[in-house]
Design a protein around this ligand. Structure first.
Ligand code: BTN
Length: 258
C-alpha cells in the first residue's frame, strides 16, 4: 500500500531532507515516465515517484521490467551539471547496494549497475537523460528492487528477492525507499570526486576481470576479454588485441570466445 507518511517518517529518522515532490501511487505505467513528466513541468531536483505496481515497467536496453506488487519501484529526478553524469549509473548502483546492506544483504555490482546477490539479480537501475540546447537538462534514475514480489517462472534462475534472502522477512517498502533515497543523495554528492566513486565501484564489482564476455548493445554484440571499468565508467574489453570501450550494454560471461 502507498505509504508516503511512512517514507517521510523514515527519512526524518535518518536526518534526511524530505523531497519537495513525493508521489506514491498504487499503480502506474512506469515511475520513470511519471518523473519525466514532472521534469518537463519544471519539478525541482529530488522529486521522487514510487508505485506499488507498474503495468509498463521498463528495463535497460529496451527490455521490460516485471513489476508485480511486492517490489520497490522508485524513480528520482536529478539535474546534474555537466560534471560526471557518465558515472551517475555507477553511483546509483552503489546507493542501492548500500541500501540493501542495511538489511544485512551483501551484494556485488555487475556493470553498469545491476545489484547481484548470490549470483542472481536483486535490483536493476534505468537512468534516462534529456539534453537540450544548453546540454544535459535532467536525468531520471529509476530503481527496481525485488523485495517480496513473486518472481515470474522464467526469472527464477537468474533473479532473487529480499524475501528469499532474508528469512526474517524484507524491510517495509517505506524503510527501504528511505534508505535508497538517502544513499543515492550521498553517492550523487560524491560525484564531485569521480575517482572515489569509480574506486568504490571497482571494489564491489563482480570479479569477472580477465574473463571472456559478450557485451550486447543496441547496435550488436561485442566479444572479448573483460579488462576494466575505466575512470569515466566505461567498460573496457580487449577484442583481437584492441582496447574497446563500451558505454552501455548487457554483459554476459562466455565459456569461451570463438
Ligand atoms: C534493468 O534493466 O536492470 C533496469 C530496471 C529498472 C526498473 C525500474 S523500476 C522503477 C523504474 N521505472 C521503470 O519503468 N523502470 C525503472
Amino acid at each position: 500500500m502507498p505509504d508516503p507518511e511512512g517514507l517521510l517518517r523514515a527519512l526524518a529518522a535518518r536526518g534526511a531532507e524530505p523531497p519537495q515532490t513525493l508521489e506514491w501511487h498504487a499503480r502506474l505505467v512506469s515511475t520513470n515516465d511519471r518523473v519525466k513528466e514532472l521534469a518537463r513541468g519544471g519539478a525541482a531536483e529530488g522529486a521522487v515517484v514510487l508505485a506499488d505496481e507498474q503495468t509498463g515497467g521498463r528495463g535497460r536496453e529496451g527490455r521490460s521490467w516485471s513489476s508485480p506488487p511486492g517490489g520497490l519501484y522508485l524513480s528520482v529526478l536529478l539535474r546534474p551539471g555537466e560534471g560526471a553524469p557518465g558515472l551517475l549509473p555507477l553511483a546509483a548502483g552503489l546507493a542501492v547496494a548500500d541500501a540493501v546492506a542495511e538489511s544485512g544483504v551483501s551484494t556485488l555490482l555487475k556493470w553498469p549497475n545491476d545489484v547481484v546477490a548470490g549470483g542472481r539479480k536483486l535490483a536493476g537501475i534505468l537512468s534516462e537523460a534529456s539534453t537540450g540546447g544548453g546540454g544535459l537538462e535532467w536525468v531520471v534514475v529509476g530503481i527496481g528492487v525485488n523485495v517480496a514480489s513473486a518472481l515470474p517462472l522464467e526469472l527464477r534462475a537468474t533473479a532473487t528477492s529480499l524475501a528469499e534472502l532474508l528469512p526474517a522477512g524484507p524491510p517495509a517498502a517505506a524503510v527501504l525507499a528511505a534508505a535508497v533515497m538517502s544513499h543515492l543523495r550521498v553517492w550523487y554528492d560524491a560525484l564531485a570526486r569521480p575517482a572515489m566513486v569509480v574506486q568504490a565501484w571497482r571494489r564491489r564489482a563482480l570479479p569477472w576481470w580477465g574473463e571472456a564476455v559478450e557485451v550486447r548493445t543496441g547496435v550488436g554484440a561485442l566479444r572479448g576479454q573483460l579488462l576494466e571499468v575505466d575512470d569515466e565508467g566505461a567498460l573496457v574489453l580487449s577484442t583481437a588485441g584492441e582496447r574497446r570501450r563500451v558505454l552501455s550494454g548487457e554483459v554476459v560471461r562466455l565459456r569461451r570466445v570463438d
